[in-house]
Ligand binder design. Structure first.
Ligand SMILES: C[S@@+](CC[C@H](N)C(=O)[O-])C[C@H]1O[C@@H](n2cnc3c(N)ncnc32)[C@H](O)[C@@H]1O
Length: 232
């Protein structure tokens, strides 16, 4: 039999068409900011955890313990720290509207693009994924419907964009910092406080290279009776 000419002699590891592997890589590995802005970040993402946080806030307010400081680790584009501030507002409003104390949230994030998205104060709202939207909407200062002109990925279109008044935004301080760095132990000093009342670390520690040590450090920023909400 003569040598076959059916193509079986073409080395298998050599693609027969020219494939743009970099393009495929980008499609299958969207940047962290793209994930955060378009699919990862949502209001009240873990409602049970926010219920626990609100119980802790309630006890703090009822005890007349002054300001309440929260460390928010891996805060992404800001819907999480915003949810914390709205929870505080709701607790004060329902327990004691004259309460003498406020909330301060230190949002820690390593991704500058996510921080920049927060600073634009123009948050996409996805009815199917964001929680407690009725509450959120009570606090927004502007709501822009998604017009045909706004570019967004076709597969995931927000219903609208919302902005918050300065009084809400100003309670949140964003720092670009690696949450695994030893500086974390000093972060309460941003608020001239001795410690944080609560720390939130949701779906962030899974990215840590030394999860146990880093989570111990984060827990160590809490004062006596402090509340840690950790979702792996
Ligand atoms: C999956 S998102 C979670 C966002 C938000 N916590 C939530 O649950 O909706 C993880 C976030 O953690 C941030 N992140 C991961 N490792 C970090 C680190 N070592 N220091 C600071 N931020 C980090 C990422 O940039 C990303 O914004």
């Amino acid at each position: 039999m003569s040598e076959n000419t059916t193509g079986r002699d073409i080395p298998l590891n050599k693609p027969s068409i020219d494939v743009d592997t970099e393009f495929i890589f980008r499609l299958t590995h969207p940047s962290e900011a793209e994930i955060n802005v378009f699919s990862g970040d949502s209001f009240y993402r873990y409602p049970e955890e926010f219920n626990r946080l609100e119980d802790h806030m309630r006890r703090h307010i009822e005890g007349g313990n002054g300001d309440y400081f929260v460390l928010c680790v891996g805060a992404s584009t800001g819907k999480e720290p915003l949810s914390v501030v709205l929870s505080w507002e709701e607790m004060v409003r329902t327990i004691n509207p004259q309460y003498d104390g406020t909330v301060g949230v230190l949002a820690v994030e390593r991704n500058l693009e996510a921080i920049a998205a927060f600073q634009q104060n123009n948050f996409p709202v996805f009815g199917s994924r964001d929680n407690q939207l009725e509450r959120v909407m009570r606090y927004v200062s502007a709501r822009t419907p998604l017009s045909e002109g706004i570019q967004s990925p076709a597969f995931i279109k927000p219903e609208a964009f919302v902005s918050f008044p300065e009084g809400i935004i100003k309670r949140i301080t964003y720092l670009q910092i690696d949450a695994e760095s030893p500086q974390v132990s000093e972060l309460h000093k941003v608020f001239r406080a001795d410690s944080f009342n609560a720390a939130i670390c949701h779906t962030t520690s899974r990215y840590f290279s030394n999860e146990v040590t880093s989570m111990q450090r984060i827990r160590g920023t809490l004062g006596n009776g402090g509340f840690l909400s950790h979702v792996r």
